[in-house]
Design a protein around this ligand. Structure first.
Ligand code: SF4
Length: 334
């Protein structure tokens, strides 16, 4: 059987703050295979970005603590890598595209300086590159993200580019560093509605062309549906459902996934669905048992005591909800 490219096992991330401990990630499991396009959805504050930052070891520790869990990249635990190994992962294997390209780019350096630095440190050539080779590579990646007049763009400062152009620059820098996995953390969020779709389509084309895996976090569920092979639904620091994309959108099983999909506005009739009452719980004192139980209309007494494990309802469809307990799984007392 093929081994996963990335495997997160039982990841817990807490934050020590004044007044207590925020227990944000509560046993996250997540797998990405080589060349797979994986979506991660859930409402704001459910722990998506925390999970991705943990992969890149970008969480400030303290206040973050990782009391349990593993993040295996090709079988090796990123959480236990030394500085040199981690640098190699960031330079050559995994890169991240952030929500806001304006904040991701340094305003006091030209685009040319920033991309050429990324090329110089990427280490993909396996040797020290000459100045003209570095520039040629920078021009090439700018061309790949469909930015015209690359020579001029190299001399521009971030403020001289539009939001869409800045995000294309960030994608080009991710291409320079990542040969195996790109993490797109809502790469379309801060863009104009007319540009969002172009950027996401570009990202899809590029990962397919370079045979790179991608984890796409997005609130644009329609885009996730069109772009990914598999989707994870996250709620309050736990994965509540995972399935092939077409199965999840056709037959969501978890009450939270159903509510999330029902909230997509439909232009063809039906308007906006009911949505889900309530909000994400306080992480300082999260609900016992199923973290969704205070908002769930199908809550049962056992949901308030035990944390539901993932029940496998078919080969590639798993759901963490006691409504599916006939499919087997081990309950976790909580
Ligand atoms: Fe609702 Fe219980 Fe399922 Fe949680 S486990 S989603 S509370 S039915």
């Amino acid at each position: 059987m093929t081994k996963p490219l990335l495997e997160i096992k039982n990841l817990h991330v807490w934050f020590k703050v004044f007044g207590g401990i925020l227990r944000v990630l509560d046993g996250v499991n997540f797998t990405v295979m080589s060349e797979e396009k994986v979506g991660l959805v859930g409402e704001t504050g459910c722990g998506k970005t925390t999970t991705m930052k943990a992969i890149m070891r970008l969480l400030s520790m303290p206040p973050a603590i990782i009391p349990k869990g593993e993040i295996l990249f090709k079988g090796k635990d990123i959480l236990r890598m030394n500085r040199a190994e981690l640098q190699q992962i960031r330079k050559e294997k995994i890169s991240m595209i952030f929500q806001d390209p304006t904040a991701a780019l340094n305003p006091v350096f030209t685009i040319g300086t920033q991309i050429q630095d990324a090329v110089r440190f990427s280490g993909k050539s396996g040797r020290k590159m000459k100045k003209d080779e570095i520039k040629a590579r920078a021009m090439q990646v700018l061309k790949e993200v469909s930015l015209p007049d690359q020579e001029r763009v190299l001399h521009n400062y971030p403020i001289q580019l539009s939001g869409g152009m800045r995000q294309r620059v960030c994608i080009s820098m991710a291409l320079v560093s990542a040969s195996e996995l790109i993490i797109g953390d809502e790469p379309e969020t801060s863009l104009d509605v007319t540009i969002k779709d172009q950027i996401l389509r570009l990202l899809k084309e590029l990962v397919e062309k370079h045979n790179t895996s991608i984890i796409l976090i997005s609130h644009a569920l329609g885009t996730v549906k069109n772009m990914t092979d598999k989707v994870y639904v996250m709620y309050a620091g736990t994965m509540v459902e995972l399935a092939k994309t077409k199965d999840l959108f056709a037959h969501p099983l978890h009450p939270y996934s159903k509510g999330l999909l029902a909230a997509i506005p439909r232009l063809t009739g039906g308007g906006i669905g009911e949505g889900i009452d309530g909000h994400i719980p306080e992480y300082i004192n999260p609900p016992k048992g199923c973290r969704f139980h205070p908002r769930c209309k199908q809550v049962m007494p056992m949901c308030k005591d035990k944390k539901p494990p993932l029940f496998k309802v078919s080969e590639k469809h798993e759901v963490a909800c006691f409504l599916f307990q006939n499919f087997g799984g081990d309950c976790i007392d909580k």
